[in-house]
Design a protein around this ligand. Sequence first.
Ligand SMILES: Cc1cc2nc3c(=O)[nH]c(=O)nc-3n(C[C@H](O)[C@H](O)[C@H](O)COP(=O)(O)OP(=O)(O)OC[C@H]3O[C@@H](n4cnc5c(N)ncnc54)[C@H](O)[C@@H]3O)c2cc1C
Length: 360
Amino acid sequence: MSDAHAQQTTEADRAIPGPLANHTTLRMGGPARRIVAASDADELVRAVQLAGEPVLILAGGSNVVIGDAGFPGTVVLVRSRGLRVVAEDAGSVTVRVEAGEPWDDLVAATVANGWAGLECLSGIPGSTGATPIQNVGAYGQEVAETITGVEVYDRVAGTRQAIPAVDCGFAYRGSIFKYQTRWVVLSVDFRLARSPLSGPVRYAELARALGVEVGDQVPLADARAAVLRLRAGKGMVLDATDPDARSVGSFFTNPVLDRATYELLRERATDLGEPPAWPGRDDTVKVSAAWLIDKAGFTKGHPGPGGAAISGKHTLALTNRSGTASTSDLLTLANTIRDTVHARFGVTLHPEPVLINCAL
Ligand SMILES: Cc1cc2nc3c(=O)[nH]c(=O)nc-3n(C[C@H](O)[C@H](O)[C@H](O)COP(=O)(O)OP(=O)(O)OC[C@H]3O[C@@H](n4cnc5c(N)ncnc54)[C@H](O)[C@@H]3O)c2cc1C
């Protein structure tokens, strides 16, 4: 038997049955032609090489909406684990983390070791390898601030490559890796400061929760605990007992508007007060998707079809509240919200998760 055939047999023997709903935090998604798991980087590369087309890389399943028809190809589950220090000096350490390492385990370890830079990203579900995909961020921190490089398998070139951070195209909830199937992230390097204190707290809500001023620094463990408390209050940590956590977190990104669209929004919202807004680069303004949704008449807990609903704790999270809603139910709710916000304010909302075999 050839090595390639032996490998195929092994992979087929390890195929995982059941719908993709079993692998997503929304608990939605139909079947795949085949599901396999890869437990280290070499296996991940091999599984992708053998998968044929189409292939879907899936890790924590916390930022995907998969259609009810499922996926007509091979799904490769990223289950690699581990981290190691690859460089250090008096002020910093660089850790290389395998793609499948659960993100919050990594954050907890960095806080325990006195390595600063990820503490405000506590409690975000999913894998480390997925964090560069959408430049994961929360409470004033983004992974783009600490990632120095990413090791990928390039499916076009058929080679493993190191991509430095400067070439990753990091942007607000985006990078060159989002909405593409060329690069498979194998590991991620983070450069973290050796410090018992967090970076300056940038987010007003977090500063209030910590009882400090914006710009102050706090012990790493305090920052982590405060973030976890805030997130739990919003249904933004995974909790099997909380139907509001059956979500992908924020369903829509905060719209980044050009000046003219922003002024139009202000005109249309004169009866509602000043819309929360943050000035961006190039004369753009980022506005709050949660505010737009709320002011368009969709309050917390708003029900959609089939048991899909807006979270009872956060306007921006769309949930599979009943546990039996379909992807089509969720997208019907999302469409209604998007169209109503557009009609009321002239602003288009865009989904934050990656939509697989379905569309808004
Ligand atoms: C309750 C809740 C709260 C959340 N809060 C936040 C938040 O505060 N901030 C934030 O930014 N996000 C948040 N998210 C979204 C999500 O947790 C992150 O985007 C997370 O990084 C996704 O990781 P994952 O392993 O689950 O990715 P998956 O959902 O498995 O995959 C997401 C996308 O990345 C691709 N992908 C995954 N791994 C790889 C890889 N190794 N190589 C190539 N492509 C890959 C997939 O193909 C897919 O396109 C939240 C989600 C939930 C459910």
